[in-house]
Write a protein that binds this ligand. Structure first.
Ligand code: NCD
Ligand code: ZN
Length: 343
């Protein structure tokens, strides 16, 4: 059992940094650990244009402490009226790294999302042509569909047809939560990858109901049954380069979590790497951690791996109940790895 683990510095391929006061609170938690992060565009209003993304990137850079070397990678929020020319210009000029598909009303701030994939055919053709990755929140939005079945339903009704229509489109199935999602990624030849969050590797749906209603474990897509969690753990630790790190750290104020209609989202940025390390150790796969955290993502995004390294030490750390007024994932638990401060 190693006591120190040195890894190529990781990147976070899916994070919510928010804006304003919340951005100020959370950005350093991501930036102290990750060299780059794919920043989600579901602000109010959403980041739909190159100009808006450029301005948001500046706000992130100025909120980030100067001593942290962090590069925000921006995403475009697709709507029914996204202009392919603006998207192309944003991608080619290096403002956008990818575009995010939120089915309208699937999750937090997704009301302006896409109502029907047919309406954005021109956008998808353009993205396929220029090699711009499409990041998908893969859930059905039909309220009559059971909330635990929405990801699997999305795969059959939308994802398979999409991959058929656009065979060269590069797609990331974001924050997967089911064995069906693992299966489509492993059985699709090219161009389809998936991010996996720390929380979906640790909790199943029981966590939301343990001894009472536990809104800190409510996120979207919602955690599923144990067999799905186990499938995700196998996928993440398999060494398959199509699976990589995306925390989906999604901070909400305590007031907006602890209310009669609480927001979906888990704030895991402060200890995300330790959380993943715990899973890889439990699965006997610490030797595959670096691929998942630091190599597979850059390979998919056609970016270089980071030059820097980080070190984890085997030290028990008690995760605080609150971090900057927010409840972090693992609050009150002990994690057995700690990011070394000297890196
Ligand atoms: C995210 C948020 O709060 O913005 N919430 C979540 O539960 N993951 C949105 C999302 O990624 O679905
Ligand atoms: Zn997200």
């Amino acid at each position: 059992m190693p006591d120190r683990l040195t890894l190529i510095a990781p990147d976070d391929w899916h994070v919510h940094l928010r804006d304003g006061v919340m951005l100020d609170k959370v950005v350093a938690h991501t930036a102290r650990l990750f060299r780059r992060a794919i920043v989600m565009p579901n602000l109010k209003p959403p980041v739909t244009t190159t100009a808006a993304a450029d301005a948001y990137r500046e706000r992130i850079r100025s909120a980030c402490p100067d001593d942290l070397d962090f590069e925000p990678l921006m995403t475009a929020y697709l709507t029914d009226s996204t202009d392919p020319a603006d998207l192309e210009q944003g991608f080619l000029s290096g403002v956008f790294t990818a575009a995010k598909l939120y089915p309208a009303n699937a999750t937090t701030n997704s009301a302006a999302g896409v109502t029907d994939l047919q309406t954005i055919s021109d956008v998808l053709s353009c993205m396929q042509r220029i090699g711009m990755p499409l990041l998908i929140h893969g859930e059905l939005t039909d309220p009559t569909v059971d909330v635990f079945d929405r990801e699997a339903g999305f795969i059959d009704q939308h994802l398979r047809p999409l991959l058929k229509r656009f065979p060269d489109l590069r797609v990331v199935f974001e924050h997967i939560t089911t064995e069906e999602a693992v299966e489509i990624v492993t059985s699709t030849e090219a161009n389809l990858a998936a991010t996996i969050t720390p929380h979906h590797l640790h909790i199943n749906r029981n966590a939301m109901f343990a001894g009472g209603l536990r809104s800190d474990f409510y996120c979207l897509p919602v955690a599923k049954r144990e067999r799905h969690r186990l499938a995700l753990r196998r996928a993440a630790t398999s060494g398959d380069p199509r699976f990589f790190l995306g925390t989906d750290s999604a901070p909400h104020s305590r007031e907006s979590k602890e209310t009669s209609c609480g927001c979906a989202g888990i704030f895991n940025a402060p200890n995300a790497l330790e959380s993943y390390a715990q899973v890889f150790e439990q699965e006997g796969a610490l030797d595959r951690l670096e691929g998942f955290t630091s190599r597979h993502g850059p390979a998919f995004y056609r970016l270089p791996v980071n030059n820097q390294q980080i070190t984890l030490e085997r030290v028990d750390q008690l995760i605080p109940e609150l971090v900057d007024g927010l409840v972090p994932f693992h609050a009150g638990e002990i994690l057995s790895w700690k990011l070394s401060p000297c890196t």
